[in-house]
Structure formats: structure tokens, C-alpha cells
Write a protein that binds this ligand. Sequence first.
Ligand code: KG4
Ligand code: ZN
Length: 359
Amino acid sequence: MRILGIESSCDETAASVVENGTQILSSVVASQLGTHGKYGGVVPELASREHLRAIVPVVREALTQAATKLEDLSAVAVTEGPGLVGSLLVGMTYAKSLCFAVNLPLIGVNHLEGHIHAVVLEARQEGTGVAYPALALVASGGHTHLFEVQPGFHYRLLGKTRDDAAGEAYDKVAKLLGFGYPGGPVIDGLVPYGNPRAVRFTLAKMKGNVLDFSFSGLKTAVLRWVEARDLSREIEARRNLLRATPQPTTEQWLAVTAPATLDLLASFQRTVILELLGRAAAAAESIQARSLIISGGVACNAGLRAAAREAALPYPVYFPTPGLSTDNAAMIAAAAFPKLESGAFDDMSLTARANLVLA
Ligand code: KG4
Ligand code: ZN
């Protein structure tokens, strides 16, 4: 059974064909980095316009690479939300039109469930599967959520960010210091060159639900650190580099970054990792989880992966391969597979929902 997945919730237009929820026959991702990079974040109007331009060629390419005709498909899965409503609408409208034209079942997928299924898909490929109950940490540019995952894909929300998402904190710190967008990969690449214990940041103390996250205090602490110094020449040098080279290498960034700033970045990342892993481990313990799933764009982070390994947790920790960590459509097709098996289809009243919750 082949499912065509379509994802357009933020700044990636993606389509993929996945067979039996396991085999990725194609996964095409058209990134809009070139469009939003210079603004230091995603501009919603520009994102919708880019999706409109990309959706037809991206879907066509995904079908071609998978050597799949529309009539070979069992269903079309599309991201229903959460995300930018104008962006979601492009994928949604296209998926509905396709289903209507060729009489295929339509399956709406929650984007966060997709991120979790990036791991489920790969565990299925390995033939092992994920042991349940699992604790899932979804950390991306828009979300930082902890879910309990029970067999049959039943979810319970255990905690989430009260302000910025983890990826958003990376992006804002990067913007403040003149390192383009998205900030996560740039900072991650520079961290090995700094001392992670040089700047002392305090961990957030949560009143009420201790499994919630908060990154605004850390962001403000970074801002205070920057304001206390004159970094204007350094920041200007980075902005100039970014104007001359759209995606500078770590070596190029190193040439325009002072040792104290490298120490700041390493200390910032160490704090984010402590927040993420600390709360994920506490949540896992609270539900006696048999595995930990870490997904979403921030799951690409090399420091986070190393820290999870070194923590030697008493259950397996799963990360998706980097290509499946950031937004893609294979995870959407994979999440739709159990729904296809159980006949949980949607009809033409399905609509894009910017604030859709998973649990
Ligand atoms: O999942 P994703 O592609 O899109 C959303 O659903 O938001 O995640 C993008 C986010 C961005 O905030 C980006 O800075 C962050 O993931 N990110 C990283 C890394 N790679 C991407 N954050 C930390 N370290 C990375 N290596
Ligand atoms: Zn995402």
C-alpha cells in the first residue's frame, strides 16, 4: 500500500511516497531558506507564495522518483495542522483536489504526530519497532512538547513550552548575534569551539507542571550578556559574510566570531540540552517509559544526540536520521499508514487548522 504524503505547514514544501508505512520510495523537500534567510525568520506571506509555486513540481517529482502513478496509490495524506494557515492551505487544497480528481481516500495528519512517526518508520525498517509506552519529545522551531505514546498511537500531553520553542530560542539567539536563519545548525556547528561552562545560565524553574518548558529567561540572559559588551563590529562582520555567502561554512563563521562569543554559544546550547533532556527523562520516568523518542528539527543537534548517549538512560533513545528530523513528507505518509489500515479517512470537509492539538 502506497501513500502519497504532502507537507506544507511552515517553510518546506514536501512530498513523499511511502510503502506500507516502512519503505520510503521518494522524499522530496523544497526548502525556502533562500527566501526567509535574510529576514531572520519565516515570513508567512512569502511562505504561502513559495508553496504555491513549489507544490505541483514537488508532488510530480515525488511520484516520478517513486515510479508511482496516481492510480498506484492507496491514499493521500496531508498535514492538517498545526502551522501557518496560509501555508497549510496550499498543501490541503492540493491534496483534496487530487483525491477528488482521482477518487482516492484523504487522510489528515497532525504535524507533531508526523514528527513522532519519523522515528516509528525507521524503527519499523530495522524490524525492531518502538517499545511502548514511549515518551516523545518533539522539539522544533514551533514546538517543544512531551507526549506519552501508548500502543495504537494514543497520545497524552505531559508538558510543553510556555513561551518560545527550543528551535525558536536557537533562531532568536542566532539573529541577535548576526548568524542568519535557521540558527540551530550554525550554533550547533560552532559549539565544539567554545567552553560550555564559561557562562553560567540558570535552568528554568517551573511552577505548576514541572514538565513544562520555558526558554524566554535563557533568551533574555543571552540578550543581557550581549548588551553588556560591544559586539557591534563582530556582528557587522557576520552580517557582511551573510550578504556575500548565503550559507557560510563553520570555518567562515569562525573567522568572524570572537572566543567569548563561542563560549556564549556553547553555554547556551549546554543549557538548552539540560532543559530538554532533564525534562524528557523526568517525564519518561513518570510514565515508566520503555523508550524515548526525540524528534523535530532540534533533534538534528549533535550535542543533544551526544548528551542522550552519554546519559546512559535505562531505555533505548531513538532519533530520526537528520533528513527525517526536519520537516519532510515521509513522516506524514508514515503517520497515515495506521489510519489507512483502520480505515480512518477524512472527507472533503477537512480543513487546515493552525492551532491543531495532538492531545
Ligand atoms: O522541524 P523543523 O524543520 O520545522 C518546524 O516544525 O519548526 O525545525 C526547524 C527548527 C529551527 O528552529 C532550527 O533552528 C532547528 O529546528 N534546528 C536545530 C538544528 N537543526 C535545525 N536546532 C538545533 N540544532 C540543530 N542542529
Ligand atoms: Zn516540524
